[in-house]
Ligand binder design. Structure first.
Ligand code: TEU
Ligand code: CA
Length: 553
């Protein structure tokens, strides 16, 4: 039987570039992480997921890998990695790395070879389309300056496919040799003792290499089409058979484009593919859908939010799910789902953590959220470092798009909002680095930082620590059935978690105003086990951003 430690785990996601710089070059690194392992262990989390740490020219901050078996020079050496893993295991922390199986860097040896000639032995490691056949059917690119996923390469008079930037050519999974290479890479890291992988855009790996036109219904949602490749599940089964089943590891799909009705194809243990998946539906709530990634001026609808998370709870039932509200691809969860004004910052951050840590799914905490870090909201394009923002900006300039509107929207939605350096203390550069950091520090670090919160019993940080302990103390909060209550309440999200060991009632007021939740509770028989207000009251009236966990006695 495969161990399922990951169902009970809380996972802490670290963006290594922004976590802690140990050598004064303005870039976070592995020694920096090592120096903060005690902080992480004290949070009470069980595992760390690191965004890619492999050799990369950093066109997309490590999601463009040029050597899958080496450490990015910015981050350190293999000796640093071995030390990190050792130090983590000493503290009973598991390590989850990031596999980027869909594309490599164009500077990877395979691609350098592949582009040399049409009969190069590495030619079929990538998707090439001979130009004499004309231009292939359109494929939309996420990050390309022209939104075009086909790049012309003169050397062999052919186009190659890149769903992301031109420097991220898509690997050809239809080629068994390429698949064997990826399995070997996985074995290399598992043999070192790594505990699992998060798999970047793994639903995209299989492609119909005749590249038919994309049906109209996918317009504006091309990811949904990319996630429907013909041999996807065959390859996942093969990867499981060849590698994953042979190690005590966890595998987590980044589930871009995966619909709730298809999720069990990935995570039903009977099918022997992957263990968990994280969905994207929550991440589109409250955005207008016109490609700008623009928040709806009316805000997001809590009714929709509840409906989406309830739907996915059900979708994960045959296997096991994950839950997150922010990561390195998203703005800060506090700015997006809470209220980052001084008045409600702490309260709403605590409420969001209460949600994350009481749902039936493995919670992911994104580094810095446990302090209530918020969006930096850059005004000047020159402050951005993210290729997604920079290339979209370029594209709009070229095509006469509404650049001003785009810049406004990016203040709320840009990925760099979630990537600013971790706020350790109120020293220069937030204690992140001796040097100017690669991306500006949020000026609010003087009041929002880990040192400030460490000894304050009422801080967000200590609240998160308490919640993690609570989840471990009461397995009902992990395994209990989830039931949405008072579904039509537009301000309050409340739900029950129940199993034979107990029953909990969670009430969350997602608003700046008082609200009542309309659930039958016999207050004589409940005990408050967590509350983000110090003065506790058993009442159907909830104060602004109040979060209460009741235990039925
Ligand atoms: O993200 C995949 C993905 O679908 C992104 O396009 C995501 O929707 C986008 O970042 C939202 O703005 C993964 C990684 O998490 C991301 O950091 C990489 O840039 C991308 O793959 C390419 O590897
Ligand atoms: Ca450094």
């Amino acid at each position: 039987m495969k161990s399922t430690w990951w169902k009970e785990a809380v996972i802490y996601q670290i963006y290594p570039r922004s976590f802690k710089d140990s050598n004064g070059d303005g870039i976070g690194d592995l020694q920096g992480i090592i120096s903060k392992l005690d902080y992480i262990a004290r949070l009470g989390v069980d595992a760390i997921w690191l965004n890619p740490i492999f050799t990369s020219p950093n066109d997309d901050n490590g999601y463009d890998i040029s050597d899958y078996r080496n450490i990015m020079a910015d981050f350190g050496t293999m000796a640093d990695f071995d030390e990190l893993l050792h130090q983590m295991h000493l503290r009973k922390l598991k390590l989850i790395l990031d596999l980027v199986p869909n594309h490599s860097s164009d500077e990877h040896f395979w691609f350098q070879e592949s582009k040399k000639s049409r009969d190069n032995p590495f030619r079929d490691y990538y998707h090439w389309w001979p130009a004499e056949k004309g231009k292939p059917n359109h494929r939309e690119s996420y990050f390309d300056v022209n939104r075009d996923a086909w790049a012309y390469d003169q050397q062999t008079n052919a186009y190659y496919l890149h769903y992301f930037t031109k420097k991220q050519p898509d690997l050809n999974w239809e080629n068994p040799k390429l698949r064997a290479e990826i399995y070997d890479i996985l074995r290399f890291w598992f043999d070192k003792g790594v505990d699992g992988f998060r798999m970047d855009v793994v639903p995209f790996i299989s492609k119909d290499t005749s590249f038919p036109p994309i049906p109209d219904k996918y317009r504006g949602n091309f990811g949904d089409f990319y996630a429907q490749g013909p041999h996807l599940h065959q390859y996942l089964k093969e990867m499981n058979r060849e590698v994953l089943s042979r190690y005590n590891c966890v595998s987590i799909a980044e589930g871009v484009g995966v619909k709730p009705e298809d999720v069990e194809l990935f995570i039903d243990p009977q099918r022997q593919e992957l263990d968990m998946l994280y969905h994207f539906e929550g991440m589109s709530i409250g955005y207008t859908s016109d490609g700008f990634k623009e928040p709806d001026p009316a805000g997001y609808s809590l009714l929709q939010f509840k409906q989406v998370y309830s739907k996915w709870d059900k979708a994960f039932e045959k296997g096991w799910g994950t839950i997150y509200l922010g990561n390195h691809d998203q703005p800060r969860m506090l700015s997006r789902w809470g209220n980052d004004n001084d008045e409600f910052r702490e309260r709403s951050s605590k409420l969001l953590h209460t949600f994350l840590l009481t749902m039936r799914a493995t919670p992911f905490i994104y580094n810095g959220d446990e302090l209530g870090m918020s969006n930096i909201k850059f005004e000047d394009i020159n402050n951005y470092r993210d290729i997604e923002t920079l290339n979209m900006h370029q594209y709009l300039l070229q095509t006469g798009g509404d650049v001003e509107r785009f810049m406004r929207a990016q203040q709320q939605t840009a990925r760099d909002n979630g990537r600013t350096p971790f706020q350790w203390d109120n020293a220069a550069n937030a204690g992140f680095s001796q040097a100017d950091p690669w991306l500006k520090v949020n000026p609010n670090y003087v009041k929002i930082n880990a040192a400030e919160q460490e000894d304050d019993p009422d801080s967000i940080l200590n609240y998160v620590r308490q919640l993690i302990l609570l989840r471990k103390k009461y397995p009902t909060l992990i395994y209990g059935d989830y039931q949405l209550l008072d579904a039509a309440n537009p301000q309050v999200y409340s739900y029950a978690r129940t199993n034979k060991e107990g029953k909990f009632l969670i009430a969350l007021n997602f608003s700046d105003k008082d609200a009542s939740f309309n659930v039958d509770v016999d207050f004589a028989n409940v005990q408050i086990v967590q509350n983000n207000y110090l003065s506790q009251q058993k009442s159907k009236m909830l104060r602004p951003w109040e979060a209460v966990i009741y235990r039925l006695t």
